[in-house]
Design a binder for this molecule. Structure first.
Ligand SMILES: C[S@@+](CC[C@H](N)C(=O)[O-])C[C@H]1O[C@@H](n2cnc3c(N)ncnc32)[C@H](O)[C@@H]1O
Length: 261
């Protein structure tokens, strides 16, 4: 079996549509696992993924580590647009947003697009951080995104904020300038404070529950009263009350407005 066939079959197995991810990085990851696990042929590789659930999970983890896209989970972006951001703009002259684990920037850029649509581009400050320097470099310097990365962008927004360049979509400069990128490891001790919105989606799925508990407490402490934490679809905070959060919308957790430190 050749590599393209393996990629196609493994993609079907995982539901990840690997063919949509052309990056060399993805190919490198797949082949480094093959070497790491001492697998001779792609046929054997596929058999292993089919028969060993643990290896199958590791394979997915390795591949999805940086996967991101604009307006991922569009219904939640509607909540951000219609409810959370307008609430923050009503209560604050300037809104401070932190996208933690921002990957290629599609997430903070989506937020910047919404702020721009709300005529609030000059009132939001967006910091985007990640522990992967390579992906941060890409987020900062490479404004081209593929079909898969923009597939959830509503048509009118795609027209207004992207320019077609061959098979890619180039993000408008004014949106790129709204986001500052910086290296930060969520396992570190230092967290900036006074955030109005912390976005941490699809990052902690592979953290231990202990590490997650520490993180959600640190996020709580880093939020302003009335500020929100927004988490990923598979990561709802079941015991959000134990940290003091309220849960005004699915996957959005709010530090009470009258919270005093
Ligand atoms: C699957 S992507 C999620 C991107 C985006 N938040 C989204 O939902 O589309 C996960 C990102 O978390 C980053 N990450 C993983 N561990 C981290 C850590 N300890 N500190 C900061 N970022 C981390 C990875 O480098 C990766 O870019």
């Amino acid at each position: 079996m050749d590599y393209p066939t393996f990629k196609k079959l493994a993609g079907a197995l995982t539901g990840l549509e690997l063919s949509n991810y052309k990056s060399q990085q993805m190919d490198r990851r797949i082949n480094s696992l093959k070497t790491l696990w001492n697998i001779e042929t792609y046929e054997d590789f596929l058999k292993l993924l089919q028969s060993d659930p643990q290896k199958f999970k590791e394979f997915i983890n390795r591949l999805t580590i940086n996967v991101s896209e604009f307006f991922r989970n569009p219904e939640r972006y509607e909540d951000l647009w219609n409810r959370v951001l307008p609430d923050l703009l009503k209560r604050n002259r300037e809104v401070k947003i932190w996208s933690a684990g921002c990957s290629n920037g599609a997430e903070p850029f989506s937020v910047a697009i919404i702020a721009s649509e709300l005529y609030a581009a000059d009132r939001v400050r967006i910091l985007a951080t990640d522990v992967d320097r390579e992906i941060l470099h890409k987020a900062q310097n490479q404004p081209l995104f593929n079909d898969n990365e923009v597939k959830c962008v509503p048509d009118d927004l795609r027209k207004n904020y992207f320019e077609k360049r061959g098979e890619f979509f180039r993000l408008k400069e004014s949106i790129r300038q709204m986001v500052t990128f910086r290296f930060h490891n969520l396992h570190e001790n230092h967290f900036d404070t006074d955030w109005d919105l912390i976005i941490c989606r699809n990052v902690v799925i592979y953290f231990t529950s202990e590490a997650k508990n520490i993180l959600y407490q640190k996020f709580f402490d880093a939020l302003k009263p009335g500020g929100y934490l927004w988490v990923g679809g598979t990561e709802p905070l079941l015991n959000y009350k134990s940290w003091g959060y309220e849960n005004p919308a699915p996957l959005f957790y709010q530090k009470p407005v009258n919270n005093v430190a």
